[in-house]
Write a protein that binds this ligand. Structure first.
Ligand code: ADP
Ligand code: MG
Length: 726
């Protein structure tokens, strides 16, 4: 297999390589190595630079060092049923050090020359290194002599040494690895060639060769991903039949002028961008990104009304029942303020029997709205609780209803829109890509406009990768007069708790309201509900003078609604809650958010919860009650106290958790991001994106770049297969 492309190498099984037996195939595949290409992309964890060896007499303790020496003796012992300990005495001629491994696969022989890398420590007065990385010089292995020694991660039962040998063999038979990028691009981006990068990443002549190699291979990953996104976007534009909406009708204008506030500049800009998309023949695919409280709802309503005034239907899908309900009530109120509420229909009259609305122009008779969740169906032209679900469904399918707000129930079987023109998905992070597709597919034969809203502050780089096929509007300006939420950390001792309670008492005494969020119970709604109930009972004794409410996921929907309604109406002073209130809840009179055991929540969740307060003009306070038990918990609390900037928090989150957990397993392209680090490689990502989009703009089918086409397909697999169907 001399002189091969990466795409070709993805088709060769790893046991073609000398040093890998058929028995390793299954175990390698479990470790994600299924081909020779995967093997070549299994890059060293680190490199031992032989020029920087410490003498054993001068080894600093507790920091990473590399030492060299001869093995004096080796012992192998079972220390428990499934643990084996190997220890070796190593000397550099003057001093002795013990190396200890708890790995039965370590092969170390008396008399062999080794290089070890790890942290040295004193154990019972003697110098020792636990589980050091090791390179053996005695195997006649020229890879190791006089150069930088790569330490490959062991995988599939292959030790680092075996792995290194196998990769050496694989590389030898694949070289020169075929270049796929145009020479001018390499020049422009100052990238080394593919073959050189592949060689240098595994077997660098000098330590300084490693980074250019890594950059090239990381660029390749990002470029493949961006090519896939550019192609997808291109397809959306080329193949889709959009709806041409009319932005000039007066409805949006009357809605905006009836708002009790002026839109921010950012809201105006977003609405303009959205209307620009909606009035064009291409379907809109836009992400509206904005901090909690930045006013996404008003922008969404403007978009919906743009569709409705053009005689189409609009839909809003929210991730929770509570939030759908709130949007329904909120939007209904906004419409009423703008004189866009429909006339009420006599419930005993013609509702459900034939057409409700005869031939009137949609917008002359107000906007007819429905709420649809799995438990609830309502419309804004009948008294609450009187609409029959089956009627609501038929009004949606007959275009008698203009605007539907709901949960996942919207994308279920049996919900048919007559003429869906604009779909809004709120809090996108709670939905998968598939669900947003399903909502669009509620329109038959054409593609409705799609607006996706998220408050999850995603670092720009991550947004570019996750949502690379979407256009983005950012609400980067908060409504005026908002004060940043003051965030304090309190411990769980009585003194601190008394402080927390007096904050709640002071605020409620001034007529404001508070949330108390109970500890998170992973994966169990029932346990979480039980703990919230206990906390509610306990707090009733703490605050006998206050009106408390309780809300959690196990309540019946009507009870949930009842509690939320009483909280909105100010009848409840303190709402004890689980994370059901995490997203979207908007009660501007609430000024205190107490989060119990806050260290157990993720950063983005904490940020969302904190966003439930500080939505009015009053100073709000968020109290994190926690005795953190892990360093990560500590870090999250510290980050929350330090900043209210969601973008900074998201970056912090990415740093603490690593990108692997941010990308869902199913996220397209996640498997192909092995070397690229989206936080560190921002410049590469931007460069790769520009190059990829420019290439696709000039060559929409990539006819002139068959190698790139082949490689993207081979490396991104099923995720992009549909892009290349012929
Ligand atoms: P989010 O972006 O978190 O969904 P919302 O749309 O719920 O934010 O808006 C948060 C609060 O800010 C609401 O009470 C809303 O009425 C108010 N609001 C929205 N836009 C403005 C504005 N331009 N000026 C003042 N208040 C606004
Ligand atoms: Mg919202």
């Amino acid at each position: 297999m001399a002189g091969r492309s990466l795409a070709y190498l993805t088709e060769l099984p790893p046991d073609l390589v000398k040093g890998i037996g058929p028995r390793s195939v299954k175990r390698l595949s479990d470790a994600g190595i299924e081909s020779v290409a995967d093997l070549l992309l299994h890059v060293p964890r680190r490199y031992l630079d032989r020029s920087q060896l410490f003498d054993l007499s001068a080894v600093p303790l507790a920091e990473e060092v590399t030492v060299g020496g001869t093995v004096l003796s080796v012992r192998k012992r079972r220390i428990s049923r499934n643990r084996t300990m190997i220890d070796a005495q190593i000397t550099d001629g003057t001093n002795v050090m013990t190396a200890v491994w708890f790995n039965p696969y370590i092969k170390v022989a008396e008399g062999s020359e080794v290089i070890l890398s790890g942290k040295a420590e004193r154990f019972r007065g003697r110098l020792q290194m636990k589980s050091p990385d090791m390179a053996r010089l005695d195997l006649g292995d020229s890879l190791l002599v006089g150069r930088v020694v790569p330490i490959h991660p062991s995988a599939g039962g292959l030790s680092p040494t075996k792995m290194r040998d196998a990769i050496h063999n694989a590389l030898g038979r694949s070289r020169p690895v075929t270049e796929v990028l145009p020479a001018e691009m390499l020049l422009r981006q100052e990238l080394v060639g593919r073959d050189q990068a592949m060689t240098d990443i595994h077997f660098p002549e000098a330590s300084s060769d490693v980074e250019p190699a890594r950059r090239r291979l990381a660029y390749d990953e990002l470029f493949r991903l961006e090519i896939a996104l550019a192609l997808r976007k291109r397809r959306q534009v080329d193949e889709a039949t959009g709806v041409v909406h009319d932005a000039d009708a007066p409805v949006v204008g009357s809605f905006v002028s009836a708002l009790p506030y002026d839109l921010t500049g950012a809201q105006h800009r977003a609405i303009e961008q959205i209307q620009g998309d909606m009035t064009s023949a291409h379907p809109m695919h836009r992400l509206l990104q904005g901090e909690v409280g930045s006013g996404k709802t008003a922008v969404a309503v403007a978009a919906l009304l743009t569709g409705i005034q053009s005689n189409y239907q609009g839909a809003v899908m929210a991730p929770t029942e509570v939030l759908a309900e709130q949007h329904y009530l909120g939007i209904r109120g906004m419409l009423a303020d703008a004189d866009l509420a429909p006339e009420a229909i006599d419930p005993l009259g013609n509702a459900g029997t034939g057409s409700l609305f005869e031939s009137e122009e949609r917008t002359d008779r107000g906007v007819r709205m429905a709420l649809l969740t799995s438990n609830n169906a309502e419309v804004n032209f009948l008294p609450a609780g009187t609409a029959k679900r089956s009627d609501v469904l038929s009004w949606i399918s007959d275009a008698e209803v203009d605007l539907v707000v709901g949960t996942h129930a919207l994308i279920q079987e049996g919900v048919d829109f007559a003429r869906l023109g604009i779909a809004v998905v709120d809090e996108q992070h709670r939905f998968g890509v598939y669900q947003r597709v399903q909502l669009r597919e509620k329109a038959e034969g054409y593609d409705p406009d799609l607006l996706i809203m998220t408050a999850t502050p995603i670092p720009r780089t991550l947004a570019m990768t996750l949502y690379g096929d979407l256009d983005v509007s950012v609400l980067d300006e908060m409504p005026p007069g908002r004060l940043p939420v003051r965030t304090i950390h309190k411990r769980k001792d009585q003194l601190d708790l008394d402080d927390v309670y007096s904050i709640v008492r002071n605020e409620t005494a001034m007529g404001r309201q508070a949330f108390v969020v109970c500890p998170l119970v992973e994966d169990s709604d029932a346990l979480e509900a039980a703990s919230a109930t206990t906390e509610y009972e306990r707090l009733q004794k703490v605050f006998p003078e206050l009106e408390l409410g309780l809300i959690h996921g196990q309540l019946r929907p009507s009870d949930k609604d009842g509690v939320m309604q009483r909280f909105r109406d100010g009848e409840i002073d303190v709402l004890v809650a689980t994370t059901v209130i995490e997203v979207g809840i908007d009660v501007s009179n609430a000024t205190v958010m107490v989060i119990e055991d806050a260290d157990r929540f993720g950063l983005s969740q904490l940020h969302q919860l904190r966003g439930r307060v500080g939505r009015g003009a009053d100073q709000a306070t968020c109290v994190l009650v926690a005795d953190p038990t892990t360093p990560e918990g500590e870090e999250r609390i510290a980050a929350m106290v330090a900043t209210t900037d969601g973008f900074r928090l998201a970056e912090e989150d990415l740093r603490i958790r690593g990108q692997g957990t941010v990308f869902g397993a199913k996220q397209a392209g996640a498997k192909d991001l092995r070397l690229a680090d989206i936080l560190r490689d921002t410049d590469l990502l931007i460069a790769a994106r520009e190059e990829a989009f420019a290439m696709v703009a000039g060559d929409p089918e990539l006819d002139g770049h068959p190698l790139i086409q082949e490689e993207v397909q081979a490396m991104l697999g099923e995720d992009v297969a549909w892009l290349f169907r012929s």
